[in-house]
Every structure is written in C-alpha cells, then in structure tokens.
Design a protein around this ligand. Structure first.
Ligand code: SF4
Length: 59
C-alpha cells in the first residue's frame, strides 16, 4: 500500500473520520486518506475496512 492507495481507500470509505488537525498543520493534508483517519492505528484500519474497499476498487 502506498500513499495514493490510502487516499483512494479513504475517498471510498463511509467511515472516514479525519483527525482534527488534518487541514491545518500537516503538509500532507491534501484530502482524505487513511493516514489521517482516526480509525487508522498501527498501519491498519481498526474497522477492517481497507481490504473490502480495496477489493471493491479493484473490480
Ligand atoms: S482507516 Fe479505515 S475507516 Fe479510516 S478511511 Fe481508511 S478504511 Fe476508512
């Protein structure tokens, strides 16, 4: 998974929940991405949504 994959996932995720500082301090805050999502912990989605969304996008 690279940065742009995480962006694509988040754009297609209904549970995306941005961390509060997303649009302020981070130079990476160009839009939704799992990397800026509250549910993203230890390099994984704690709602386990990454795999199903990825499967949907790959179709
Ligand atoms: S971390 Fe999980 S809940 Fe957050 S945007 Fe990514 S797939 Fe969705």
């Amino acid at each position: 998974m690279n940065r742009s994959s995480f962006t694509k996932i988040a754009q297609n995720c209904s549970e995306f929940d941005p961390k509060a500082d997303m649009f302020k301090n981070s130079p990476d805050a160009s839009g939704p991405t799992c990397l800026n999502c509250k549910h993203f912990k230890h390099n994984m989605c704690n709602k386990n949504l990454i795999d199903p969304i990825k499967a949907r996008l790959d179709k």
